[in-house]
Design a protein around this ligand. Structure first.
Ligand SMILES: *Cc1c(COP(=O)(O)O)cnc(C)c1O
Length: 385
């Protein structure tokens, strides 16, 4: 077999790329860690009742994280859909089979206006409906108190601890207190909150009824995720899932969210690996890759290069690159295209709502970080005014 880099794709006539964007779904999300791959291979040629496997692995992961219960899903997005279904229909088999028709069920998923985000749509695939509370300026306690009624299924809250605290919105503590005082559950999207380790599962420990984790961020297959929550919510999620559909013969909406037994074993192995690995080493490697790029380009006149020193969450370090178009025949957006057209192609981006190029090293190895630095330098030198 041809062992040249990317040959499995090149043989198909496709062009593989260097990922300088980070863990993004559009480029494949993640690399499965070696020990995870090995455990997955070992589970491949053996059959197992999926309901038993889901239950056992969920219990083990819950134990490791110190939360009441856990369930493996086909991505954090799937966990969000199943949780929304669980908050609307609970364990009522008739209602489970009625979804996504929500007649007779509470179906409003409340979210603070300023917290709207790319993946909140996943909550609605259950048949529920997002309802914004507050406005662009913020959300008050009264806004939330007055919005909760019989039709409320849950209050949804995305957390992003890397970012500055938004003082105009309600904190998760406030949302939990208010929602629970009205007997309504709280759902948290904490997909990337896996480091520092005390953050992994923290929101359920704070009192949220459910949180998701994207296992793509920790060396598990890109297609997997984890639901964490109370025993009641996780039991309910299991009934809405593809396992419930096939094992219990109850036709819930979770049927298309199927995962393989290999993937369940993969997530279990990835969680064990993540909780026991040397994170100092992991962070130091990410810093090295970042510096490999920075050191090659920082002396170029007319660009601004800044290290991102964040270590919280799933994607540590990285850099921002800002090109002065008075000094170069290019600008940040055009240069992203230039890099995509280089050999090998390098994919990076100016993220939505930002001005500068943001490079993350999550998806590249050390050798590739050197190549990225070298190519950026060559291209910029060729584009000098
Ligand atoms: C990646 C991500 C998701 C979706 O996770 P998948 O596992 O890709 O379905 C949801 N929320 C946030 C915050 C994410 O970063």
């Amino acid at each position: 077999m041809n062992s040249e880099w990317g040959s499995i794709y090149k043989d198909l006539g496709l062009q593989p790329i260097i990922n300088a964007t980070g863990s993004v779904t559009a480029l494949g999300g993640s690399v499965v860690a070696k020990e995870v791959k090995e455990a997955m291979d070992m589970s491949n040629d053996v059959y197992i009742p999926m309901a038993d496997l889901e239950k056992k692995v969920g219990d083990e992961i819950a134990n490791i994280l110190g939360v009441p219960a856990a369930y493996i899903t086909s991505g954090a997005g799937s966990a969000l859909t199943l949780a929304a279904a669980a908050f609307m229909a609970g364990k009522d088999d008739k209602k489970i089979q009625q979804l996504p028709n929500t007649e007779g069920m509470p179906n409003k998923i409340l979210i603070q206006k300023r917290q709207r985000y790319w993946y909140d749509r996943c909550m609605e695939f259950s048949g529920g409906q997002l309802v914004e509370i507050g406005n662009e300026d913020g959300t008050t306690k009264d806004d939330l108190i007055n919005s909760i009624d019989d039709e409320t299924a849950c209050v949804h809250y995305p957390v992003y601890e890397q970012a500055e605290i938004d003082k105009n919105i309600l904190s998760l503590e406030e949302v939990i207190e208010i929602a629970h005082s009205k007997n309504k559950p709280v759902s948290v999207d904490a997909a990337g909150q896996i480091y520092p380790l005390e953050n992994f599962g923290k929101y359920v420990k704070m009192g949220a009824d459910f949180q998701c984790i994207a296992a793509k961020y920790m060396g598990a297959p890109h297609s997997t995720g984890i639901a964490l929550g109370t025993k009641d919510v996780i039991d309910s999620i299991s009934r809405h899932s593809f396992v419930g559909y096939e094992s219990r013969r109850i036709r819930g909406i979770g049927r298309p969210h199927k995962i393989d037994r290999q993937e369940i074993i993969g997530v279990y192995t990835a969680v064990q690996r993540w909780m026991s690995m040397n994170h100092e080493e992991r962070l130091s490697l990410e810093e090295t890759k970042t510096l490999n790029i920075i050191n090659q380009i920082q002396s170029i006149d007319g660009i601004e290069v800044k290290i991102i020193d964040n270590i919280i969450g799933h994607q540590p370090f990285g850099l921002s690159l800002n090109i002065d178009s008075n000094k170069f025949k290019t600008n940040n957006h055009d240069f992203v295209e230039t890099l995509k057209n280089s050999n090998p192609p390098i994919w990076t981006r100016v993220p939505d709502g930002e001005e500068t190029i943001i490079i993350h090293v999550f998806g590249m190895n050390v050798e590739q970080s050197n190549i990225v630095g070298k190519i950026i330098k060559e291209k910029l030198e060729g584009l000098k005014k």
